[in-house]
Design a binder for this molecule. Structure first.
Ligand code: PXG
Length: 442
Protein backbone atom coordinates (compact mmCIF):
# COMPACT_ATOMS: atom_id res chain seq x y z
CA UNK A 1 0.00 0.00 0.00
CA UNK A 2 1.13 3.52 -0.73
CA UNK A 3 2.61 5.08 2.39
CA UNK A 4 0.72 8.34 2.13
CA UNK A 5 2.62 10.03 4.90
CA UNK A 6 5.92 9.70 3.14
CA UNK A 7 5.31 9.42 -0.56
CA UNK A 8 4.01 11.86 -3.08
CA UNK A 9 1.98 10.09 -5.78
CA UNK A 10 4.24 9.59 -8.78
CA UNK A 11 1.84 11.31 -11.15
CA UNK A 12 -0.45 14.25 -10.47
CA UNK A 13 -1.94 14.51 -13.93
CA UNK A 14 -5.11 12.36 -13.75
CA UNK A 15 -6.88 14.35 -11.03
CA UNK A 16 -8.54 17.39 -12.63
CA UNK A 17 -8.56 19.50 -9.51
CA UNK A 18 -11.62 21.58 -8.56
CA UNK A 19 -11.41 25.39 -8.39
CA UNK A 20 -7.63 25.14 -8.74
CA UNK A 21 -4.99 26.54 -11.05
CA UNK A 22 -4.09 22.97 -12.09
CA UNK A 23 -0.88 23.74 -13.96
CA UNK A 24 0.49 26.00 -11.26
CA UNK A 25 -0.40 23.51 -8.53
CA UNK A 26 1.07 20.52 -10.28
CA UNK A 27 4.29 22.46 -10.84
CA UNK A 28 4.56 23.34 -7.14
CA UNK A 29 2.17 21.11 -5.19
CA UNK A 30 1.01 21.91 -1.69
CA UNK A 31 0.17 18.52 -0.20
CA UNK A 32 -1.55 17.89 3.11
CA UNK A 33 -1.09 14.36 4.41
CA UNK A 34 -2.56 14.37 7.91
CA UNK A 35 -4.50 16.57 10.33
CA UNK A 36 -5.25 16.85 14.03
CA UNK A 37 -7.35 19.46 15.84
CA UNK A 38 -6.14 22.92 14.66
CA UNK A 39 -3.38 21.72 12.34
CA UNK A 40 -2.66 19.98 9.08
CA UNK A 41 0.60 18.17 8.48
CA UNK A 42 2.21 18.96 5.14
CA UNK A 43 4.14 16.28 3.25
CA UNK A 44 7.43 17.77 4.43
CA UNK A 45 6.29 17.30 8.03
CA UNK A 46 5.45 20.95 8.73
CA UNK A 47 2.45 21.63 10.96
CA UNK A 48 0.16 24.09 9.18
CA UNK A 49 -2.34 26.03 11.29
CA UNK A 50 -5.81 25.73 9.75
CA UNK A 51 -7.07 29.30 9.59
CA UNK A 52 -10.07 28.37 7.46
CA UNK A 53 -11.54 25.18 8.96
CA UNK A 54 -10.60 23.47 5.71
CA UNK A 55 -13.10 25.05 3.34
CA UNK A 56 -15.27 26.54 6.11
CA UNK A 57 -16.38 23.11 7.23
CA UNK A 58 -14.20 21.53 9.92
CA UNK A 59 -15.89 23.44 12.73
CA UNK A 60 -14.90 20.99 15.48
CA UNK A 61 -11.29 20.69 14.31
CA UNK A 62 -9.66 17.72 12.65
CA UNK A 63 -9.79 13.98 13.33
CA UNK A 64 -12.02 14.28 16.37
CA UNK A 65 -12.36 10.88 18.08
CA UNK A 66 -16.17 10.78 18.42
CA UNK A 67 -16.60 11.38 14.70
CA UNK A 68 -13.90 8.93 13.66
CA UNK A 69 -15.27 6.20 15.92
CA UNK A 70 -18.86 6.76 14.78
CA UNK A 71 -17.84 6.38 11.14
CA UNK A 72 -15.74 3.29 11.79
CA UNK A 73 -18.50 1.57 13.71
CA UNK A 74 -21.22 2.44 11.21
CA UNK A 75 -19.15 1.34 8.21
CA UNK A 76 -18.70 -2.06 9.83
CA UNK A 77 -22.37 -2.42 10.83
CA UNK A 78 -24.50 -1.03 7.99
CA UNK A 79 -22.41 0.52 5.24
CA UNK A 80 -25.20 1.43 2.85
CA UNK A 81 -28.92 0.93 2.56
CA UNK A 82 -31.27 2.17 -0.16
CA UNK A 83 -32.80 5.53 0.62
CA UNK A 84 -35.89 5.32 -1.58
CA UNK A 85 -38.93 3.50 -0.18
CA UNK A 86 -36.61 1.99 2.47
CA UNK A 87 -35.15 3.36 5.67
CA UNK A 88 -32.43 2.76 8.23
CA UNK A 89 -32.62 3.98 11.81
CA UNK A 90 -29.63 6.27 11.94
CA UNK A 91 -30.93 8.64 9.24
CA UNK A 92 -34.11 9.18 11.29
CA UNK A 93 -32.11 9.56 14.48
CA UNK A 94 -29.92 12.18 12.87
CA UNK A 95 -32.88 14.05 11.35
CA UNK A 96 -34.54 14.16 14.79
CA UNK A 97 -31.38 15.49 16.44
CA UNK A 98 -31.03 18.14 13.75
CA UNK A 99 -34.69 19.15 13.96
CA UNK A 100 -34.34 19.52 17.73
CA UNK A 101 -31.49 22.00 17.42
CA UNK A 102 -32.74 23.76 14.28
CA UNK A 103 -34.30 27.22 14.35
CA UNK A 104 -37.78 27.10 15.82
CA UNK A 105 -40.40 25.66 13.53
CA UNK A 106 -37.86 24.07 11.16
CA UNK A 107 -38.86 20.57 12.02
CA UNK A 108 -38.34 18.59 8.82
CA UNK A 109 -35.03 17.73 7.20
CA UNK A 110 -34.21 16.66 3.63
CA UNK A 111 -30.76 15.09 3.26
CA UNK A 112 -28.38 15.84 0.39
CA UNK A 113 -24.64 15.32 -0.13
CA UNK A 114 -23.30 18.84 -0.52
CA UNK A 115 -24.10 22.50 -0.31
CA UNK A 116 -24.76 22.65 -4.04
CA UNK A 117 -27.31 19.86 -3.76
CA UNK A 118 -28.90 21.54 -0.74
CA UNK A 119 -29.31 24.72 -2.76
CA UNK A 120 -30.95 22.99 -5.69
CA UNK A 121 -33.11 20.96 -3.32
CA UNK A 122 -34.30 24.12 -1.55
CA UNK A 123 -35.12 25.84 -4.84
CA UNK A 124 -37.04 22.80 -6.04
CA UNK A 125 -38.95 22.55 -2.75
CA UNK A 126 -39.90 26.23 -3.09
CA UNK A 127 -41.19 25.84 -6.65
CA UNK A 128 -43.04 22.61 -5.90
CA UNK A 129 -44.51 24.02 -2.68
CA UNK A 130 -46.29 26.81 -4.51
CA UNK A 131 -47.50 24.35 -7.10
CA UNK A 132 -48.93 21.86 -4.61
CA UNK A 133 -50.69 24.79 -3.01
CA UNK A 134 -52.29 25.62 -6.35
CA UNK A 135 -50.07 28.66 -6.88
CA UNK A 136 -48.01 27.34 -9.80
CA UNK A 137 -47.61 30.75 -11.42
CA UNK A 138 -44.89 31.44 -8.85
CA UNK A 139 -41.92 30.23 -10.86
CA UNK A 140 -39.36 33.03 -10.49
CA UNK A 141 -36.36 32.81 -8.20
CA UNK A 142 -34.48 35.83 -6.88
CA UNK A 143 -30.83 35.68 -5.87
CA UNK A 144 -28.22 38.34 -5.29
CA UNK A 145 -25.08 39.68 -6.89
CA UNK A 146 -21.97 38.23 -5.25
CA UNK A 147 -24.06 35.36 -3.91
CA UNK A 148 -22.45 31.92 -3.89
CA UNK A 149 -24.85 29.03 -3.88
CA UNK A 150 -22.65 26.21 -5.08
CA UNK A 151 -21.98 25.07 -8.60
CA UNK A 152 -25.04 23.19 -9.83
CA UNK A 153 -27.27 24.82 -12.42
CA UNK A 154 -29.84 26.13 -9.95
CA UNK A 155 -27.15 27.48 -7.67
CA UNK A 156 -25.15 29.26 -10.36
CA UNK A 157 -28.36 30.71 -11.77
CA UNK A 158 -29.39 32.39 -8.52
CA UNK A 159 -25.73 32.98 -7.61
CA UNK A 160 -24.04 36.19 -8.55
CA UNK A 161 -20.46 35.33 -9.42
CA UNK A 162 -19.68 36.06 -13.04
CA UNK A 163 -16.89 33.51 -13.39
CA UNK A 164 -19.22 30.78 -12.14
CA UNK A 165 -21.85 31.67 -14.73
CA UNK A 166 -20.34 32.91 -17.94
CA UNK A 167 -19.13 29.57 -19.36
CA UNK A 168 -22.31 27.64 -18.78
CA UNK A 169 -24.90 28.72 -21.26
CA UNK A 170 -28.29 30.15 -20.48
CA UNK A 171 -28.71 28.75 -16.96
CA UNK A 172 -32.20 28.76 -15.41
CA UNK A 173 -34.64 31.21 -16.86
CA UNK A 174 -36.93 33.32 -14.71
CA UNK A 175 -34.18 34.39 -12.32
CA UNK A 176 -33.42 37.92 -11.18
CA UNK A 177 -30.81 39.35 -8.81
CA UNK A 178 -30.79 41.92 -6.06
CA UNK A 179 -27.71 44.09 -5.67
CA UNK A 180 -25.03 42.98 -3.20
CA UNK A 181 -24.56 44.95 -0.01
CA UNK A 182 -20.80 45.49 -0.10
CA UNK A 183 -20.31 49.22 0.34
CA UNK A 184 -16.74 49.99 1.33
CA UNK A 185 -17.18 53.73 0.84
CA UNK A 186 -19.67 53.97 3.68
CA UNK A 187 -18.88 50.89 5.74
CA UNK A 188 -15.11 50.25 5.65
CA UNK A 189 -13.70 48.82 8.89
CA UNK A 190 -17.12 47.95 10.31
CA UNK A 191 -17.08 45.74 13.35
CA UNK A 192 -19.96 43.28 13.00
CA UNK A 193 -22.99 44.48 11.06
CA UNK A 194 -22.35 47.65 9.02
CA UNK A 195 -24.45 50.72 9.76
CA UNK A 196 -25.34 51.60 6.18
CA UNK A 197 -27.18 49.70 3.48
CA UNK A 198 -30.53 48.39 4.79
CA UNK A 199 -32.01 50.17 1.79
CA UNK A 200 -30.35 47.67 -0.58
CA UNK A 201 -33.26 45.42 0.41
CA UNK A 202 -35.68 47.88 -1.20
CA UNK A 203 -34.40 46.63 -4.54
CA UNK A 204 -36.32 43.44 -3.83
CA UNK A 205 -39.53 45.43 -3.77
CA UNK A 206 -38.58 46.96 -7.13
CA UNK A 207 -37.85 43.55 -8.69
CA UNK A 208 -41.05 42.08 -7.27
CA UNK A 209 -43.06 44.97 -8.68
CA UNK A 210 -41.37 44.59 -12.06
CA UNK A 211 -42.31 40.92 -12.41
CA UNK A 212 -45.50 41.03 -10.32
CA UNK A 213 -45.48 39.33 -6.91
CA UNK A 214 -47.71 36.50 -8.15
CA UNK A 215 -44.79 35.20 -10.27
CA UNK A 216 -42.14 35.03 -7.53
CA UNK A 217 -41.52 31.73 -5.74
CA UNK A 218 -38.53 32.45 -3.52
CA UNK A 219 -35.67 34.70 -2.56
CA UNK A 220 -32.36 33.08 -1.64
CA UNK A 221 -29.48 34.75 0.20
CA UNK A 222 -26.52 33.85 2.33
CA UNK A 223 -27.12 35.66 5.64
CA UNK A 224 -23.39 36.49 5.55
CA UNK A 225 -21.92 36.01 2.09
CA UNK A 226 -18.81 33.89 2.60
CA UNK A 227 -17.04 32.99 -0.63
CA UNK A 228 -17.22 36.45 -2.12
CA UNK A 229 -15.35 37.92 0.79
CA UNK A 230 -17.34 37.94 4.03
CA UNK A 231 -20.12 40.44 3.34
CA UNK A 232 -21.95 41.02 6.60
CA UNK A 233 -25.56 42.20 6.17
CA UNK A 234 -26.14 45.85 7.07
CA UNK A 235 -28.26 46.48 10.15
CA UNK A 236 -31.95 46.06 9.31
CA UNK A 237 -31.32 44.50 5.88
CA UNK A 238 -32.40 40.91 6.56
CA UNK A 239 -35.44 42.15 8.48
CA UNK A 240 -36.48 44.14 5.42
CA UNK A 241 -36.08 41.12 3.13
CA UNK A 242 -38.27 39.12 5.51
CA UNK A 243 -40.95 41.81 5.57
CA UNK A 244 -41.05 42.15 1.77
CA UNK A 245 -41.29 38.37 1.33
CA UNK A 246 -44.09 38.20 3.91
CA UNK A 247 -45.98 40.99 2.23
CA UNK A 248 -45.98 39.17 -1.11
CA UNK A 249 -46.23 35.49 -0.08
CA UNK A 250 -42.67 34.77 -1.24
CA UNK A 251 -40.57 32.09 0.47
CA UNK A 252 -37.30 33.29 2.00
CA UNK A 253 -34.40 30.83 1.84
CA UNK A 254 -31.24 31.24 3.91
CA UNK A 255 -28.19 29.47 2.55
CA UNK A 256 -26.40 28.62 5.80
CA UNK A 257 -23.80 26.31 4.27
CA UNK A 258 -21.12 28.50 5.85
CA UNK A 259 -22.98 30.27 8.65
CA UNK A 260 -24.62 27.11 10.05
CA UNK A 261 -23.28 25.09 12.95
CA UNK A 262 -21.70 27.71 15.15
CA UNK A 263 -19.72 29.86 12.74
CA UNK A 264 -21.29 33.09 13.99
CA UNK A 265 -21.30 32.08 17.66
CA UNK A 266 -24.86 30.77 17.60
CA UNK A 267 -26.04 27.47 16.13
CA UNK A 268 -27.38 29.20 13.00
CA UNK A 269 -27.35 32.69 11.49
CA UNK A 270 -31.10 32.62 12.08
CA UNK A 271 -30.35 32.61 15.82
CA UNK A 272 -27.67 35.28 15.43
CA UNK A 273 -29.69 37.78 13.40
CA UNK A 274 -33.11 36.89 14.79
CA UNK A 275 -34.66 36.67 11.34
CA UNK A 276 -36.39 33.42 10.43
CA UNK A 277 -36.71 32.32 6.81
CA UNK A 278 -38.94 29.56 5.50
CA UNK A 279 -36.14 27.23 4.44
CA UNK A 280 -32.62 26.93 5.86
CA UNK A 281 -30.12 24.94 3.88
CA UNK A 282 -26.86 23.59 5.23
CA UNK A 283 -23.91 21.30 4.47
CA UNK A 284 -20.22 21.49 5.50
CA UNK A 285 -20.40 21.70 9.33
CA UNK A 286 -23.30 19.26 9.51
CA UNK A 287 -20.72 16.45 9.47
CA UNK A 288 -17.69 18.58 10.29
CA UNK A 289 -16.82 18.19 6.60
CA UNK A 290 -15.72 14.62 7.24
CA UNK A 291 -18.28 12.76 5.12
CA UNK A 292 -20.09 14.73 2.41
CA UNK A 293 -23.60 15.63 3.50
CA UNK A 294 -26.10 18.46 3.39
CA UNK A 295 -29.38 19.06 5.21
CA UNK A 296 -32.27 21.26 4.14
CA UNK A 297 -34.60 22.35 6.96
CA UNK A 298 -38.17 23.34 6.18
CA UNK A 299 -41.06 24.62 8.20
CA UNK A 300 -43.87 22.29 9.12
CA UNK A 301 -46.31 24.09 6.80
CA UNK A 302 -44.08 23.37 3.82
CA UNK A 303 -43.72 19.67 4.60
CA UNK A 304 -47.42 19.37 5.39
CA UNK A 305 -48.40 21.00 2.11
CA UNK A 306 -46.86 18.05 0.26
CA UNK A 307 -48.58 15.40 2.39
CA UNK A 308 -51.66 15.26 0.20
CA UNK A 309 -53.06 13.01 -2.49
CA UNK A 310 -53.15 9.20 -2.51
CA UNK A 311 -51.00 7.80 0.30
CA UNK A 312 -49.13 5.33 -1.89
CA UNK A 313 -47.84 8.13 -4.13
CA UNK A 314 -44.41 9.71 -3.79
CA UNK A 315 -45.11 13.26 -2.63
CA UNK A 316 -41.91 14.96 -3.80
CA UNK A 317 -40.04 13.64 -6.82
CA UNK A 318 -36.56 14.41 -5.62
CA UNK A 319 -33.75 12.66 -3.76
CA UNK A 320 -30.24 11.27 -4.05
CA UNK A 321 -28.86 7.74 -3.90
CA UNK A 322 -26.99 8.84 -0.80
CA UNK A 323 -29.67 10.96 0.93
CA UNK A 324 -29.23 10.11 4.61
CA UNK A 325 -26.35 7.72 3.91
CA UNK A 326 -25.67 5.73 7.11
CA UNK A 327 -21.97 6.54 7.34
CA UNK A 328 -22.66 10.23 6.73
CA UNK A 329 -25.43 10.20 9.35
CA UNK A 330 -23.06 8.54 11.81
CA UNK A 331 -20.47 11.22 11.12
CA UNK A 332 -23.21 13.79 11.70
CA UNK A 333 -24.23 12.31 15.05
CA UNK A 334 -20.59 12.18 16.14
CA UNK A 335 -20.27 15.79 15.05
CA UNK A 336 -23.33 16.96 16.99
CA UNK A 337 -22.09 15.09 20.09
CA UNK A 338 -18.74 16.84 19.79
CA UNK A 339 -20.35 20.27 19.25
CA UNK A 340 -22.62 19.76 22.24
CA UNK A 341 -20.08 18.32 24.66
CA UNK A 342 -17.62 21.11 23.96
CA UNK A 343 -20.13 23.94 23.62
CA UNK A 344 -18.79 24.68 20.15
CA UNK A 345 -22.01 26.06 18.70
CA UNK A 346 -21.72 29.07 21.00
CA UNK A 347 -17.96 29.15 21.52
CA UNK A 348 -17.54 31.52 18.57
CA UNK A 349 -19.61 34.03 20.54
CA UNK A 350 -17.24 33.81 23.52
CA UNK A 351 -14.23 34.40 21.30
CA UNK A 352 -15.82 36.92 18.94
CA UNK A 353 -14.63 40.07 20.71
CA UNK A 354 -11.05 38.83 21.01
CA UNK A 355 -11.13 37.73 17.38
CA UNK A 356 -12.54 41.10 16.26
CA UNK A 357 -9.95 43.11 18.20
CA UNK A 358 -7.05 40.99 16.92
CA UNK A 359 -8.30 41.23 13.34
CA UNK A 360 -8.91 44.97 13.38
CA UNK A 361 -5.43 45.55 14.80
CA UNK A 362 -4.21 44.93 11.22
CA UNK A 363 -6.21 47.83 9.77
CA UNK A 364 -3.30 50.23 9.32
CA UNK A 365 -0.98 47.81 7.55
CA UNK A 366 0.00 48.46 3.94
CA UNK A 367 -2.61 47.81 1.20
CA UNK A 368 -5.42 47.11 3.69
CA UNK A 369 -8.59 48.89 2.52
CA UNK A 370 -11.14 47.13 4.70
CA UNK A 371 -11.38 44.76 7.63
CA UNK A 372 -14.69 43.14 8.59
CA UNK A 373 -15.92 40.40 10.87
CA UNK A 374 -18.88 38.54 12.30
CA UNK A 375 -18.69 35.68 14.82
CA UNK A 376 -15.57 33.68 14.05
CA UNK A 377 -15.29 34.93 10.50
CA UNK A 378 -12.98 37.68 9.36
CA UNK A 379 -11.89 39.33 6.15
CA UNK A 380 -9.08 41.65 5.15
CA UNK A 381 -9.58 43.36 1.83
CA UNK A 382 -6.44 44.49 0.02
CA UNK A 383 -6.00 47.15 -2.60
CA UNK A 384 -5.51 45.18 -5.84
CA UNK A 385 -2.24 45.61 -7.73
CA UNK A 386 -3.11 47.87 -10.68
CA UNK A 387 -3.70 45.69 -13.74
CA UNK A 388 -3.24 42.42 -11.77
CA UNK A 389 -6.29 41.82 -9.63
CA UNK A 390 -6.10 38.84 -7.19
CA UNK A 391 -2.30 38.68 -7.41
CA UNK A 392 -1.60 40.46 -4.14
CA UNK A 393 -3.93 38.28 -2.06
CA UNK A 394 -2.77 35.08 -3.78
CA UNK A 395 0.79 36.00 -2.96
CA UNK A 396 -0.27 36.44 0.69
CA UNK A 397 -1.81 32.96 0.53
CA UNK A 398 1.43 31.42 -0.77
CA UNK A 399 3.56 33.25 1.80
CA UNK A 400 1.21 32.23 4.61
CA UNK A 401 1.48 28.59 3.54
CA UNK A 402 5.28 28.91 3.65
CA UNK A 403 4.89 30.29 7.15
CA UNK A 404 2.69 27.40 8.25
CA UNK A 405 -0.68 29.11 8.09
CA UNK A 406 -3.60 28.21 5.83
CA UNK A 407 -5.78 31.16 4.76
CA UNK A 408 -8.35 31.53 1.95
CA UNK A 409 -8.35 34.24 -0.61
CA UNK A 410 -11.07 35.34 -2.96
CA UNK A 411 -10.24 38.15 -5.33
CA UNK A 412 -8.04 40.45 -3.24
CA UNK A 413 -9.78 39.51 -0.03
CA UNK A 414 -8.26 37.29 2.64
CA UNK A 415 -10.92 35.27 4.46
CA UNK A 416 -10.45 33.59 7.81
CA UNK A 417 -12.76 31.10 9.56
CA UNK A 418 -10.83 28.86 11.95
CA UNK A 419 -12.16 25.74 13.64
CA UNK A 420 -14.30 26.74 16.64
CA UNK A 421 -11.89 24.98 19.02
CA UNK A 422 -9.26 27.67 18.44
CA UNK A 423 -7.51 29.11 21.53
CA UNK A 424 -6.65 32.77 22.11
CA UNK A 425 -2.95 31.92 21.74
CA UNK A 426 -3.73 30.40 18.34
CA UNK A 427 -5.70 33.50 17.34
CA UNK A 428 -2.61 35.53 18.27
CA UNK A 429 -0.46 33.29 16.09
CA UNK A 430 -2.74 33.71 13.08
CA UNK A 431 -2.65 37.49 13.28
CA UNK A 432 1.07 37.75 14.09
CA UNK A 433 1.86 35.65 11.04
CA UNK A 434 -0.57 37.52 8.84
CA UNK A 435 0.60 40.92 10.10
CA UNK A 436 4.20 40.00 9.27
CA UNK A 437 3.18 38.91 5.78
CA UNK A 438 1.15 42.04 5.07
CA UNK A 439 4.08 44.24 6.10
CA UNK A 440 6.30 42.50 3.53
CA UNK A 441 3.75 42.24 0.70
CA UNK A 442 4.47 44.00 -2.62
N1 PXG B 1 -23.63 27.69 -0.50
C1 PXG B 1 -22.69 28.40 0.13
C2 PXG B 1 -23.07 29.63 0.89
C3 PXG B 1 -21.36 27.98 0.09
O1 PXG B 1 -20.43 28.70 0.71
C4 PXG B 1 -22.06 26.11 -1.26
C5 PXG B 1 -23.35 26.57 -1.18
C6 PXG B 1 -21.79 24.86 -2.03
O2 PXG B 1 -21.39 23.83 -1.22
P1 PXG B 1 -20.63 22.56 -1.84
O3 PXG B 1 -20.64 21.58 -0.69
O4 PXG B 1 -21.43 22.07 -2.98
O5 PXG B 1 -19.25 23.01 -2.24
C7 PXG B 1 -21.05 26.80 -0.61
C8 PXG B 1 -19.64 26.30 -0.72
C9 PXG B 1 -14.42 29.42 -0.30
C10 PXG B 1 -15.22 28.20 -0.60
O6 PXG B 1 -13.24 29.34 -0.12
C11 PXG B 1 -16.55 28.20 -0.29
C12 PXG B 1 -17.33 27.10 -0.59
C13 PXG B 1 -16.77 25.98 -1.16
C14 PXG B 1 -15.41 25.97 -1.45
C15 PXG B 1 -14.62 27.09 -1.17
O7 PXG B 1 -14.99 30.50 -0.18
N2 PXG B 1 -18.65 27.18 -0.29
Amino acid sequence: MLDRLNKRPNDLSAFWMPFTANRQFKETPRMLVAAKDMHFTAEDGRKIMDGTAGLWCVNAGHCRPKITEAIQQQAAELDYAPAFQMGHPIAFEFANRLAAMAPEGMDHVFFTNSGSESVDTALKIALAYHRVKGDGSRFRLIGRERGYHGVNFGGISVGGIVANRKMFGTLLTGVDHMPHTHDIKRNAFSRGQPEHGAEYADELERIVTLHDPSTIAAVIVEPVAGSTGVLVPPKGYLEKLRAICDKHGILLIFDEVITGFGRLGKPFAVDYFGVTPDIVLTAKGVTNGVVPMGAVFVKKEIYEAFMNGPEHMIEFFHGYTYSGNPVAAAAGLGTLDTYEEEGLLTRGGELAQYWEDSLHALKDLPHVIDVRNCGLVGAIELEPIAGSPTKRAFSAFLKAFDENLLIRTTGDIIALSPPLIISKAEIDRIFETLGGILKKLD
